[in-house]
Design a binder for this molecule. Structure first.
Ligand SMILES: [Zn+2]
Length: 281
């Protein structure tokens, strides 16, 4: 397996100290004394010690941020205002893709397909982790991003990515299959992504999704229905094989009798011949 370089993150105690000293109150609530300088994109996922990524928070809001009760987007908005730069530029500086909700509310510089293509492996992985952490999301963003990554990095992507994001390669492949089988216009918004994943694991994804919608099936019921059809199919195939075997036996049997009939006819002809010769003599 190829080795990927670790992200090069900027470490600077000086910048952290700058942020700490400049803040008289928590930058989130503008109220309590700041307690900690927080990395909005965590150090563990490659977040750098740069001004755009750092925010001084009180104890309570630092905990909230660490436990994802405050979204990174809300915190990046604050640093963008503090630094006097657009939100897109903040996201660029920290190496993350601007989330869709931010694009919808203010489209100053939309993230194009081209920009996404220029992302490094590390950036793509951290975007994936970011989507993973957005708990209210349906999972489609994750699936689509994983599929884009497979197109970009090749068929080994699932196992390489699995090693980084705490999901199994098998599950990642299923996510990719679901995104492939169900582009946005083919999805059923009344069903969950897990229904789509189960339906995609078949040779008729759309059929199974439709069945699930019509019959109000759970994921387990889709699986059971697929299994029933498969069982029926292999039963039919077994019968087919048995039929062919029987037909072959019948054919051989007929051929044998054909031969016997021919021999009998030949003998009878011989007899008749003898009789004619005898009578002539
Ligand atoms: Zn606060």
């Amino acid at each position: 397996m190829p080795e990927f370089p670790k992200p090069q993150t900027v470490r600077s105690q000086r910048v952290i100290a700058e942020i700490r000293q400049a803040a008289e109150v928590c930058e989130y609530c503008q109220h309590r004394r700041p307690d900690e300088v927080h990395h909005i994109r965590s150090k563990g996922s490659g977040g750098a010690d740069i001004r755009e990524n750092l925010i001084a928070l009180c104890g309570e809001h630092h905990r909230d941020a660490q436990e994802h009760r405050i979204s990174p987007l809300d915190l990046f908005r604050i640093t963008a205002v503090r630094e006097g730069i657009p939100l897109t530029q903040v996201y660029q500086a920290v190496g993350l893709v601007l989330p869709n909700e931010a694009i919808e509310e203010a489209p100053p510089a939309p993230v194009t397909e081209m920009d996404q293509d220029e992302n490094s492996w590390e950036t793509d992985v951290s975007v994936f982790i970011q989507y993973q952490q957005e708990r209210d999301d349906s999972g489609w963003k994750l699936a689509e991003h994983a599929t884009r990554m497979r197109k970009k990095y090749g068929p080994n992507t699932a196992s390489k990515l699995a090693a980084e994001v705490n999901l199994s390669a098998a599950y990642l492949r299923k996510l990719m299959d679901a995104a492939n089988a169900f582009p946005e216009e083919k999805r059923d918004l009344g069903l969950q992504i897990s229904h789509h994943i189960e339906a995609a694991q078949s040779d008729r994804p759309e059929y199974w999704l439709q069945q699930a919608a019509e019959n109000n099936w759970s994921v387990r019921e889709i699986r059971q229905a697929k299994k029933d059809v498969n069982d029926q199919r292999s039963e039919d195939e077994d019968l087919q094989v048995q039929m062919e075997r029987l037909e072959q036996q019948v054919r051989k049997f007929n051929e044998k009798w054909e031969t016997k009939r021919n021999i009998k006819a030949a003998l009878a002809f011989e007899d008749a011949g003898f009789r004619i010769v005898k009578e002539a003599v």
